[in-house]
Design a protein around this ligand. Structure first.
Ligand code: SAM
Length: 305
């Protein structure tokens, strides 16, 4: 078994938010997208005279996602991930009316067990799997990325990552130059290299993600050029970016400008209801279409002329 370098940190970090009922669902989905290990919602007014009970019919889900004032607790594997989630959430339109109550370490005495039980091998296609280092490779897995959950987003368990991976697995990438913008763990860049792309750049604003991507590339026997965003110098045949909708909108001129002639732009991290805003933001350069959808998230792709 390979050493699981990312399991060394014994502490989880809690991001505690207060949110009005209408925002709880969007907030929980976004925390999930930001690689929270778990998200739980409780009544902010519990044990007070205005406490509300939420009862569903027996056998049916609760009638609402949250209480009038909900406490949303998300656990992260690192302080950096919790801080980044906080910053990205603050920039989202649905954060209005929400507030951050705490960002603090929480003791976790059985982190290895918790992590290992939460991350099983993930099939992307019947023959392409993401497999943690402590698992045997499933017999059906002909193409494999070995990846452990750690300090950077991207384990293959989230729909936004899975949709990008499915897209990569369907493309003839031989001879193409690929950029993974916002690489996190490097999972998309590693997949592109495994699916025959000869030149792959992976960039992130978070230096820990850059390091993690390089570590994961070495452990998967692929070559990536990793670095901070300045490393990205177009034109690329494929630009992949799985970031949230607000930063993707702001980065429209930059990302569209990195795509070469007949190149592909692949954007993820976008909720269904945000697709048209993104299409409008990129319209001066590229015509984004919905190429895939999963659990309320969409994958938007465009081909340059
Ligand atoms: C949702 S994670 C995606 C990770 C991985 N590519 C995947 O698909 O699972 C988004 C990543 O984008 C990075 N990021 C956020 N804003 C960025 C920006 N303006 N420039 C570069 N990277 C950014 C974050 O640090 C984070 O690692």
């Amino acid at each position: 078994m390979e050493p699981a370098h990312t399991l060394a940190a014994p502490t989880l970090f809690e991001l505690l938010l207060q949110a009005p009922e209408a925002q709880v669902e969007a907030l929980s989905e976004a925390l999930d997208a930001l690689d929270a290990l778990s998200v739980s919602v409780t009544d902010a007014d519990a044990q007070t005279p205005v406490e509300q009970a939420l009862f569903g019919e027996p056998g049916l889900p609760a009638p609402k996602a949250g209480w009038q004032r909900s406490l949303v607790q998300a656990l992260f594997a690192s302080e950096a991930a919790a801080c980044e989630a906080q910053q990205l959430l603050r920039a989202q339109d649905f954060f209005e009316g929400c507030e951050v109550c705490a960002l603090r370490p929480v003791a976790d005495t059985d982190w290895v067990r918790l992590t290992q039980t939460q991350f099983e091998p993930v099939p992307i296609t019947p023959s392409f799997w993401i497999v943690p280092s402590w698992h045997e490779v499933p017999a059906a897995a002909l193409q494999v990325i070995r990846l452990d959950p750690g300090q950077a987003f991207g384990t293959g368990t989230h729909p936004t990552t899975r949709m990008c991976l499915r897209w990569i697995a369907q493309q003839p990438l031989a001879g193409l130059r690929v950029l993974d913008y916002g690489c996190g763990s490097g999972i998309l860049a590693i997949a592109a290299a495994k699916f025959a792309a000869p030149l792959v750049d992976a960039v992130d604003i978070d230096p820990v993600a850059v390091q993690t991507a390089q570590f994961n590339a070495v452990h998967n026997q692929v070559q990536l050029q990793t670095g901070l965003p300045d490393l990205a110098q177009g034109p690329y045949d494929v630009v992949l970016a799985n970031i949230l909708a607000t930063p993707l909108k702001l980065m429209a001129p930059l990302l569209a400008g990195l795509v070469g002639r007949a190149g592909h732009l692949v954007l993820s991290g976008i909720l269904e209801r945000q697709a048209s805003e993104l299409q409008a933001a990129y319209a001066p350069w590229l015509s984004l279409q919905i190429a895939d959808a999963e659990d309320g998230w969409v994958l938007l792709t465009a081909r340059a002329p």
